[in-house]
Design a protein around this ligand. Structure first.
Ligand SMILES: Nc1ncnc2c1ncn2[C@@H]1O[C@H](COP(=O)(O)OP(=O)(O)OP(=O)(O)O)[C@@H](O)[C@H]1O
Length: 314
């Protein structure tokens, strides 16, 4: 790709207020060609708002967003962009009095459907039945076929796997991976950390409408450290477990159990624990849940503080 080729998705200081209520504030990031990008954040963080503004469904209060170089606030440019875009909303609804086949015919006429048969084999639905009678899983599968059958350069999805059974989820992840191999871009919001771990190259995390993290999943996990859970027979002195390399200490329950997050250096840990009677000890790499919960829980002040986080903060 030449350096002048537009990026699939670019946000520049994107802001949306609903009256006085903040939806998103000052979001700036770029999604590159061939990336699978996860857009994460707690309930009410602003993910759906951002997606709706990106799709031109809501007008930004400030800032800009562009899809493959086309500005989303320009009607003509947005129409052009949508020819190359697949969209999967969080609440899939179709006109009730049509069959699955008719739904696909409609979208096929608008944007093309060269992958329709292939996708229907992978995400089968009762095509001749009225969509009103569809289960939520079948409705989601139909929406996947509709969103991907024109082989869009960019797919934007709001919680795409909600309501899908594990086998179908797996098929969906494989579809995203094939798209990546073909240089196509996927952007989706998610609450499912295991899927983020499995398929995402990079994630952006928002909280209270603002971007608080933007990095590769690999880097975020590498910064997550090691989780040590230890149960001691004696009560340690206050701060005795806050030795160098420990990013966080939490007492768990009343039976002398502590959870430590530390850098991958064990000498200081072994030194300190040798002063006590160790009843239980577990050492493991931080999981994606350990690392990401840091961005979801606590207060915004916690996120700014280097000592009270779990060591995952940049
Ligand atoms: N139509 C609306 N009118 C007023 N406020 C809204 C509207 N839609 C969203 N908001 C507010 O904007 C903020 C962001 O909401 P949004 O739905 O974008 O979050 P989200 O990250 O998608 O949440 P979830 O994970 O629960 O889907 C919230 O404070 C929400 O109450």
């Amino acid at each position: 790709m030449s350096s002048t080729e537009p990026q699939p998705l670019e946000l520049e200081s994107l802001t949306k207020y609903y009256g006085d209520v903040r939806g998103i504030e000052d979001l700036t990031f770029t999604v590159s060609r061939g990336e699978i990008f996860g857009f994460l954040g707690p309930n009410g963080a602003g993910k759906s708002t951002a997606i709706r503004v990106i799709l031109g469904l809501l007008k930004p209060t400030d800032g800009t967003a562009s899809l493959m170089g086309w500005t989303v606030t320009d009607r003509t440019e947005l129409r052009e962009a949508k020819q190359h875009l697949g969209y999967l909303p969080s609440d899939v609804t179709f006109y009730d009095r049509v069959t699955g086949e008719e739904v696909l015919d409609h979208f096929g006429r608008l944007r093309g459907d060269e992958r329709r048969e292939d996708l229907l084999e992978r995400f089968p639905v009762p095509l001749d039945r009225n969509v009103k009678a569809y289960s939520s899983g079948n409705r989601q599968k139909l929406a996947i076929v509709a969103a991907f059958m024109h082989e869009p350069d960019l797919a934007i999805m709001d919680e795409p796997t909600s309501g899908l059974d594990p086998l179908v989820q797996n098929e969906f992840y494989e579809l995203l991976e094939e798209r990546r191999d073909a240089g196509r871009t996927s952007f989706f919001s998610s609450h499912i950390l295991s899927e983020v771990r499995r398929v995402c190259d990079r994630v952006g995390i928002i909280r209270n409408g603002r971007l608080i993290e933007l990095d590769t999943v690999e880097n975020i996990l590498a910064d997550g450290g090691t989780i040590v859970t230890v149960r001691l027979a004696e009560e340690p002195l206050a701060a005795a477990l806050e030795f160098p390399g420990v990013a966080r200490v939490d007492r768990q329950g009343d039976d002398g159990k502590y959870r430590l997050v530390l850098a991958r250096e064990f000498d200081a840990l072994i030194d300190r624990l040798s002063e006590y009677t160790v009843l239980d000890l577990e050492v493991r790499e931080a999981s994606i849940e350990d690392v990401f919960m840091h961005f979801y829980g606590g207060t915004d002040e916690d996120l700014d503080s280097p000592t009270s986080g779990n060591g995952a903060s940049p």
